[in-house]
Write a protein that binds this ligand. Structure first.
Ligand SMILES: C[S@@+](CC[C@H](N)C(=O)[O-])C[C@H]1O[C@@H](n2cnc3c(N)ncnc32)[C@H](O)[C@@H]1O
Length: 265
């Protein structure tokens, strides 16, 4: 190649460098954020209680399913200081593990949650490099973190979560969604906010089936729409992969979007 020839932007090497910088930039961003509830919610600590109430109500509905998840073990993904572990998961599960890329947040989680025998392993690693132990979790909760994964890594991560589920286990995704059909990129924290159409495609590619979805209500105006999705292994993709758990998901899908928009990301 001569000096005059333009470099191809899509070479594997360029993609590898872009991916690495996407994650290192996010890690740098979060390293400057205070280890507080307000810090976890981008300055919107005020919405934490409403958020938790919405999640409690959603989770209670999942326990009323015909084949409900057990209460043994949950995993909090992108856990931060353990806000969701403390106020939601520890109320319903005998053991909760946390996975979070920022070591200071996990350190603070010990103080924030307090001494609790029910807190299990604290994994300090990015979700792009993490796979839950197979057949371990009744519930895997992913909130306000999946926008920090590339589409490809998100699919791989969700596939590994699927393998991490116990029978009747459920993955919950609670994320911001764009009101347009476009991905919105936040260069400051190195994240993306996806439209629901893209999220649905990625969930399908991960071999997940949505058994329930619900909009988070009562957030202040001007924030992104936030939705919760309860996901189980898709029967079809499960049938082609005998290592996965099997499900009969004859459950109704509920939806309700009244156009509100949310905090972080
Ligand atoms: C908006 S905060 C949400 C924290 C928590 N889920 C909550 O709702 O309170 C995003 C969290 O994701 C973490 N995070 C960012 N990128 C990550 C990655 N690639 N893997 C794991 N955690 C990540 C950040 O360090 C931060 O703790």
């Amino acid at each position: 190649m001569t000096d005059m020839e333009p470099t191809d932007p899509n070479t594997p090497e360029t993609e590898r460098r872009d991916r690495t910088s996407f994650y290192t930039h996010a890690a740098k961003y979060w390293s400057a954020v205070p280890a507080t509830v307000d810090g976890m919610l981008g300055g919107f600590g005020i919405i934490s209680q409403t958020d938790i109430q919405g999640s409690v109500s959603f989770l209670k509905q999942l326990f009323k399913l015909q084949n409900p998840p057990g209460h043994e073990r949950a995993l909090d993904c992108g856990a931060g200081i353990g806000r969701i572990t403390k106020y939601l998961l520890l109320r319903f599960f005998n053991k909760v593990d946390l996975v979070e890329q920022n070591a200071s947040f996990l350190e603070e989680a010990k103080n924030f949650i307090g001494i609790c025998q029910k807190v299990g392993s604290l994994y300090c690693v990015g979700l792009q490099d993490f796979s839950p132990e197979p057949k371990t979790y009744d519930l895997i909760w992913c909130q306000w973190v999946l926008g920090h994964l590339t589409d490809e890594d998100l699919i791989d991560f969700l596939k590994s979560c699927k393998r991490g589920l116990k029978p009747n286990g459920i993955i919950v995704v609670k994320e911001n969604l764009t009101s347009s059909d476009k991905v919105e990129v936040d260069k400051e924290d190195s994240s993306v906010t996806r439209p629901i159409t893209l999220l649905r495609i990625l969930l399908k590619q991960a071999g997940l089936h949505c058994i329930k979805e619900q909009k988070q209500n009562n957030f202040p105006r001007g924030l992104y729409t936030v939705k919760m999705f309860a996901l189980v292994p898709d029967i079809i993709s499960t049938a082609t992969n005998s290592n996965d758990n099997s499900y009969t998901t004859k459950l109704s899908v509920t939806s309700g979007d009244n156009g509100h928009t949310s905090p972080v990301g």
